[in-house]
Design a protein around this ligand. Structure first.
Ligand code: BES
Ligand code: ZN
Ligand code: ZN
Length: 488
């Protein structure tokens, strides 16, 4: 996986067509090695409260970046990512290929956030463009040499792998169904596993049938392509945990709604993104394994498309799930919970420490927060959830906790089966979470990423299309957990 620009630790040399100076404040900006005229210009701009000053000198561009005055750490870091985005845009417009970054803030978090903005905004999905158009659109910036003593080499590499994981997740979300079927998704996971060093096993339809994964098979019935169920595992020798962490990702490679068909505009037309949960867990596995984080973690992805057809599952059907629960289907568009239920009950055999499940599960979650937040809920306890939320603030993939009250569970009572697959419209994100909880039996966190997974318009370093949301959140979460357990 190649990221743009690629980032390398070292001293920027003459190959750098631009130098970026990260400085902690106006005082420090005064001591930059600049000729008098440039220093005066810089002073003037900084006095006007500019955070970013561009000096287009002879031969080499200089970009002085300040941006250190914010209310709190999350705001500071997010501002730094935005500045990274602005700088990357300027350099791209100037057709610059190589740049260097010189840090004098001494704040590794700030530097990393800045680079994050540069690299994540440098993401492009150009696979399906051809000829001249592809060349024309491709960003010029290829390399950035970073000088910052405060980042240990190991951390720098891990950071690079994290960005690769986000790129990989975005690619998967942006791939249309015409390429990314459930079978192909399994193949992509295998490639990622080989590259990063984790085990991948993809169950085919026969195996899924023999396991009697009734939810996954029901959703797949209208499809001409077979379903897959992928188990990924990273188990390093020095894992800090005895019981594994399990990630579960919704892998609906395309959601037409099935017989409860979606309208096309602003609805079905986005539904190649309905495997963003799967993409997030795979991207996280990639980064975790590649940076050899000492944590034993598994990821499960049930995958299929959801289509109407002569044999499609129908509203009114009663389905027997993998764990034997019977479900009355009242809306075939509530397919995510059907396939996730099987994955969640499959996870019981691992006696997990915690299961975190990510899915583009409900329009209701997207309505509640839009693209700015993840709807979270669960039964894993206050302290774990708060930890996850703190990680969310720092990486700016924020999680809002929704209640997980019994009343929402009561809505799922059926006359003729153990459960029905929809509750009321109001609070729909929560009854969906409650449906999933039925299939757990271990500490469980459900993250509904329907809002932030896929953007219709660019938002700074989150490009139009797949955002890769969840990857940075999960990796940060597991990094914190391993750090804490290692200390003990
Ligand atoms: N994949 C959709 C949810 C979704 C909506 C994701 C918008 C991203 C953006 C999911 O399968 C779905 O259709 N959910 C239904 C559930 C309803 C029928 C109970 C919904 O939210 O409308
Ligand atoms: Zn649906
Ligand atoms: Zn869906």
């Amino acid at each position: 996986m190649t990221i743009y620009p690629d980032i390398i630790q070292g001293q920027p040399d003459d190959a750098s067509q631009a130098l970026i100076f990260l400085v902690p404040g106006i005082a420090k900006a005064g001591s930059l090695p600049l000729p008098d005229n440039e220093r005066n210009y810089l002073r003037k701009k900084l006095d006007q409260k500019e955070e970013l000053v561009v000096i287009q000198g002879m031969g080499q561009w200089k970009l002085i970046v300040l941006g250190t005055e914010q209310e709190n750490l999350p705001a500071l870091l997010e501002n730094s990512r935005k500045l990274g985005t602005r700088v990357r845009k300027i350099l791209t417009e100037a057709h610059i290929r190589e740049c260097g970054l010189v840090d004098s803030t001494g704040d590794s978090k700030l530097v990393i956030a800045f680079l994050e903005g540069m690299v994540l905004s440098g993401y492009q999905f150009l696979k399906y463009l051809t000829g001249k158009e592809k060349e024309k659109r491709k960003y010029s910036l290829e390399k950035c040499t970073v000088s910052c003593q405060e980042i240990p080499a190991g951390d720098f590499h891990s950071f690079r792998y994290l960005l690769e994981g986000v790129y990989a997740a975005r690619d998967l979300v942006n791939e249309p169904l015409s390429y990314l079927t459930a079978v192909q998704l399994g193949k992509e996971f295998e490639k990622m596993g080989t590259e990063a060093g984790f085990r991948v096993e993809v169950f085919n339809k026969k195996k899924i049938e023999s396991l009697r994964m009734g939810g996954l098979l029901a959703v797949n019935r209208g499809s001409i392509d077979p379903p897959t169920f992928t188990v990924m595992e990273y188990k390093p020798p020095h894992a800090v945990n005895k019981k594994p962490y399990v990630l579960v990702g919704k892998g609906v490679v395309y959601d037409t709604g099935g017989l409860s068909l979606k309208p096309t505009k602003d609805s079905m037309d986005y539904m190649k993104s309905d495997m963003a949960g799967a993409a997030a867990v795979a991207g996280a596995m990639y980064a975790i394994a590649r940076s050899q984080l000492p944590v034993h973690v598994l990821a499960l992805v049930p995958a299929t498309d959801n289509r109407p057809d002569g044999n499609a599952y129908a509203p009114g059907d009663v389905i027997t799930m993998y764990d034997g629960t019977t479900v009355e289907v009242l809306n075939t568009d509530a397919e995510g919970r059907m396939i996730l239920a099987d994955a969640l009950s499959y996870a019981r055999q691992y006696e997990p420490e915690l299961v975190v499940e990510l899915s583009t599960l409900t329009g209701s979650a997207s309505m509640a927060l839009g693209p700015y937040g993840i709807v979270g809920m669960g039964n894993a306890g206050k302290s774990l959830f708060t930890r996850l939320q703190q990680c969310g603030e720092e990486v700016y993939e924020r999680v809002v906790e929704f209640p997980f009250w019994q009343e929402y569970r009561d809505q799922l009572k059926s006359e003729i089966a153990d459960l029905k697959n929809i509750g009321e419209r109001e609070g729909g994100a929560i009854s969906a979470g409650k449906f999933l909880e039925h299939f757990t039996g271990y500490p469980f966190i459900h993250l509904d990423i329907a809002g932030p997974a896929f953007l219709n318009k660019e938002n700074h370093y989150r490009k139009k299309g797949g955002t890769g949301v969840g990857v940075r959140l999960l990796v940060r979460f597991f990094r914190e957990i391993t750090l804490e357990k290692e200390k003990r």
